[in-house]
Design a protein around this ligand. Sequence first.
Ligand code: GDP
Ligand code: MG
Length: 190
Amino acid sequence: KKSLLSEIKVLVVGGPGVGKSALTVRYLTKRYIGEYDHQSENRYKHEAMINGEPVIFEILDTCPKSDKDLLAVDSIQWADGFLLVYSILDKASFDYIQRFRRHVLEIRNIGTSHGKADQQPATASNTIPCVLVGNKADMVHLRQVPTHEGEQLAKEMECYFAEVAAAEQVSSIADAFVELGREVHSARRR
Ligand code: GDP
Ligand code: MG
């Protein structure tokens, strides 16, 4: 019988064109193609080591139709953790992450309002494991989002942050996925 590996469901979140597919494909294949289907969601399974333990990442690379599309409640509830991606070249994509975060908190607070009335809404943010990445860091000359704004948002979310470039890097992108895996692991132990 096959051993039961723990599954970590990751939702890759961000506005259109920030590089969600590029980052995901880079992580899975170590390669950068340059052009990706932007019509559809993609699902992947990938085995990885988290804290010396093998896990299966189940990755859903989302495909919002616009900056207004904050994703369906089911995919948000499906996820164990969020890889939050914006483009450092696109201020609107940074705003998208902030709106998405409030959207998730609202969903979680609605979820906890019946039954666990004594639960502090403030803890909800910490029950959502996430990492924040600012992509397209190879194009700093066109930067719209200063590094300190990314750092500040990550501080508010108490999460890992890095500026990355799917176009150029492999290891820093893998680091973000692994860090998210660790977050999910430690949230499960709480
Ligand atoms: P998605 O809509 O978030 O999935 O974005 P895609 O992965 O389809 O990428 C959108 C566009 O940005 C594509 O043309 C990519 O080639 C480009 N892109 C993705 N990552 C990077 C990056 O790190 N640097 C640069 N310069 N372009 C990137
Ligand atoms: Mg895509």
